[in-house]
Design a protein around this ligand. Structure first.
Ligand SMILES: Cc1cc2nc3c(=O)[nH]c(=O)nc-3n(C[C@H](O)[C@H](O)[C@H](O)COP(=O)(O)OP(=O)(O)OC[C@H]3O[C@@H](n4cnc5c(N)ncnc54)[C@H](O)[C@@H]3O)c2cc1C
Length: 333
């Protein structure tokens, strides 16, 4: 392992300046749960680590504010705190459940929301240093190789799936991401933060190397019923094989608006607009849920070893919709 420096910035502006002056060789660190492992495995080799943890309280980066018009979550809030926060758990349940389902209790105690959203892909070819697109190469080994866990939507030229559990939840909640860089602040809708490989194959989002994800904001949850459901290939400690973030704005027993976002199926959180249109204005019935499941997989393009994801998604969407409708979960006031 090469020597590397750690800096403890004294303000957000200082942190941005440290990243900027690093010329692409400096990296922001939240909990370090992903980044430090990648450095040890020689997957990335920054010269400077910009430790954001020293900023937490002073810059409001580690606060959760649930106000009447919006919910604000700082980028340094740990997954454990987010998952256990009473207001988040009762009014934005999809986000609390997603945060609480990620990784292990130990990782959730340290891993931050921003780090979870910005974690790099867990495709085994990438993590084992195959010279794939993500490492600057010119091929995706999972296209024809061991592609059990890869994309069935939105793939090409890389077929990674986005690994974050909180990402589909935030897209479903119409969150906005606050990015701070040398030129100041910009706000990006969650649905535009994540980018497909065909837009830029070596990256997964619009964040520049000299920018910090300071936090996320989402509108108040009036009438919201929501949930996150995740299928694993073992009982714990792992990313979603497939998942669904479901957010229903209710009017009586009718759905006024539905946000349906899949995880584990595409290089970005995958919004299924056709299902959302189908559900709007309807009461949930078994027939409607079955139709929603079928539509959710419309247009899927499975690889040689991941066709099994199609019935998995179809049934997950159908079951989650029915269980949310019948859950007795009170819509948020
Ligand atoms: C065994 C295991 C199982 C896992 N299972 C899951 C799972 O089921 N679901 C899931 O979602 N995740 C899973 N993960 C990933 C884990 O949740 C993330 O590694 C963790 O959330 C990262 O948070 P962190 O704060 O430690 O990030 P770090 O390691 O500090 O950073 C990760 C990346 O984000 C960048 N970064 C961090 N903070 C910022 C910021 N504020 N602004 C800009 N860039 C930033 C870093 O530069 C780095 O590139 C798993 C990880 C492991 C090791």
């Amino acid at each position: 392992m090469r020597p590397l420096a750690n800096v403890n910035p004294d303000s957000l502006a200082d942190a941005v300046e440290r990243l900027d002056s690093g010329g692409g060789r400096a990296a922001a660190v939240g909990g370090g749960r992903d980044l430090l492992g990648m450095i040890k495995d020689d997957l990335v080799s920054p010269d400077v680590l910009v430790n954001l943890r020293t900023l937490g309280a002073s810059e409001g980066l580690d606060t959760i504010v649930a106000g009447p018009t919006e919910l604000r979550v700082g980028g340094l809030v740990t997954l454990a705190r987010l998952g256990a926060h009473p207001e988040v758990a009762s009014r934005y349940r999809v986000l609390a459940e997603a945060a609480g389902s990620a990784a292990t209790p130990q990782i959730r105690n340290v891993g931050t929301l921003a780090g979870n959203l910005c974690q790099r892909p867990w495709c085994w070819y990438y993590r084992q240093k195959f010279p794939c697109y993500k490492h600057g190469g010119n091929r995706c080994f999972s296209r024809t190789g061991e592609n059990q866990f890869n994309a069935i939507f939105g793939g090409g030229p890389s077929y990674i799936v986005h690994p974050s559990d909180t990402a589909p939840a935030l897209v479903a909640l119409e969150a906005r991401f606050r990015l701070i860089g040398p030129g100041g602040e910009r706000v990006v809708p969650a649905g535009e933060f994540f980018t497909l490989p065909r837009v830029g194959v070596e990256r997964e989002n619009v964040l520049e190397p000299n920018e910090i994800l300071a936090g996320v904001t989402m509108p108040a949850a009036a009438g919201l019923r929501s949930t996150y459901a995740k299928v694993l290939d073992r009982e714990a400690w792992t990313h979603a094989v497939v998942s669904v973030a479901l957010a229903l704005r209710m009017e009586g027993d009718h759905i006024r608006r539905a946000d349906v976002v899949l995880g584990g199926v595409a290089p970005i959180p995958w919004r299924v607009a056709a299902v959302e249109e189908l559900l709007a204005g309807q009461p949930v019935t078994a027939a409607l849920a079955a139709e929603a499941g079928r539509l959710a997989v419309d247009g899927a393009r499975p690889l040689s070893k991941n066709r099994y994801k199609i019935p998995l998604v179809e049934n997950l969407v159908r079951r989650t919709l029915l269980s949310l409708a019948g859950s007795g979960q009170e819509p948020a006031p």
